[in-house]
Design a protein around this ligand. Structure first.
Ligand SMILES: Cc1ncc(COP(=O)(O)O)c(C=O)c1O
Length: 365
């Protein structure tokens, strides 16, 4: 491969030499397709499952108070306080929680910790696109189980899932799943237990949308220490820009996973935001209820308008439609995400956003 832009000049005793850096990159890295995203401007953002409600004033004030301290590394006291509040929120011991700069970063670290190149990974399809990207980047063999399309939900072949998990070194389940919005474990122990006991390695359950589903498998982590739960503060806590997430794991597993992490990984303003949000949960609990109500309304109205829409336990809905809904809505100043052939994922941003969306879609019916 010759690409002059990556030819690197370096000195040898004999003089200047060149090397082609691309040839030295791992094939698995070269072959990985990266996440594709184009920014949209001045539109209603319903394409990233963001929370469209602003962080509350007490969060903004807490962040403003620490900005001037940004010459210093984040304080250990703040890190510990954030960790304790996460533990309190989840009614578990702080030794079972570790903060990360976003759920995405947590997932990446878990891939690092739990896999070697050539290992087998099991995940459902369709699911959160980063799972496949990390699988490729880390050189994993993919054992994918395709979801079957049902009436208003996507069906998991649970027997097949357990069967495939026997050959897997890592199982990653997004629950509720993105982009379908459907439950996989749905907080139930039985299926989790079967998979945790049959896999050769770990089961990572990405519960980024937990607050909108109300269920979790976090309470089984002590019983099945090869289960790790990933969470985010991007969605229900309206803090996507602060990049906050965390994992819940057995303390001994967590201690080992955390060996490459430092208490400086999370920026001071983000720690301040996370602490302020968790210290005063009322605002967020109200927002979550409002989003859930708006989701149910959007689901019912879309159905009554004749759209094929799937029941969701997250802050988005998946719609199947052969028309170019994304283009139509963009012409109305609304961005949504096309996630497959005829599949469109639409965030439930806020009540106002739902009204605007329905208005824009009414042209089509
Ligand atoms: C299933 C899933 N996991 C992880 C993430 C990333 O979350 P974070 O913003 O905390 O990195 C997303 C974001 O949309 C997601 O849908």
């Amino acid at each position: 491969m010759s690409c002059p832009c990556v030819r690197i000049k370096f000195r040898r005793d004999s003089g200047i030499a060149y090397l082609n850096a691309l040839e030295r990159l791992k094939k698995r890295v070269l072959d990985t397709k990266s996440y594709s995203y184009e920014e949209v401007h001045e539109v209603l953002r319903l394409h990233l499952n963001e929370c469209l409600y602003k962080p509350p004033p007490h969060v903004v004030e807490a962040v403003n108070r620490v900005i001037a301290e940004s010459n210093l590394y984040p304080h250990l006291d703040m890190f510990n306080r954030f960790r304790e509040l996460l533990a309190k929120y989840n009614r578990i011991d702080a030794s079972m929680v570790h903060p990360f700069p976003g759920a995405d970063s947590a997932l990446r670290t878990l891939f690092h910790a739990f896999t070697d190149p050539g290992d087998s990974i099991l995940f459902l399809r369709p699911t959160f696109s980063m799972i496949e990207i990390y699988s490729n980047y880390f050189g994993l063999r993919k054992l994918c189980l395709d979801l079957a399309e049902g009436n208003d939900t996507w069906i998991v072949d649970y027997d097949k899932l357990v069967e495939l998990s026997k050959r897997s070194d890592l199982v990653v389940i997004v629950d509720p799943n993105n982009p379908t919005g459907n439950p996989v474990f749905g907080g139930e122990k039985k299926l989790l237990e079967s998979i945790a006991l049959s896999t050769k390695g770990f089961v990572v359950v990405d519960e980024t949308y937990h607050e909108f589903s109300g269920y979790t498998v976090a309470n089984y982590v002590s019983e099945f220490p090869n289960v790790v739960v990933v969470r985010s503060l991007s969605k229900a806590f309206c803090l996507a820009g602060f990049r906050l997430g965390y994992i819940i794991a057995h303390p001994e597993v967590l201690k080992n996973v955390a060996k490459v992490l430092t208490t400086f990984d999370i920026p001071t303003p983000s720690l301040a935001a996370g602490i302020a949000a968790l210290d005063n949960l009322d605002y967020h609990m109200k927002i979550i209820e409002r989003i859930k109500l708006a989701r149910e309304k959007l689901y019912a109205v879309l159905k009554s308008m004749g759209f094929k829409v799937y029941k969701s336990h997250a802050n988005f809905l998946l719609v199947k439609d052969g028309r170019a809904l994304d283009k139509h809505l963009l012409n109305h100043g609304i961005a949504i995400k096309r996630v497959g052939k005829d599949l469109h994922r639409i965030s439930v941003g806020s009540e106002e956003a739902v009204e605007r969306l329905l208005q824009a879609l009414s042209d089509l019916t």
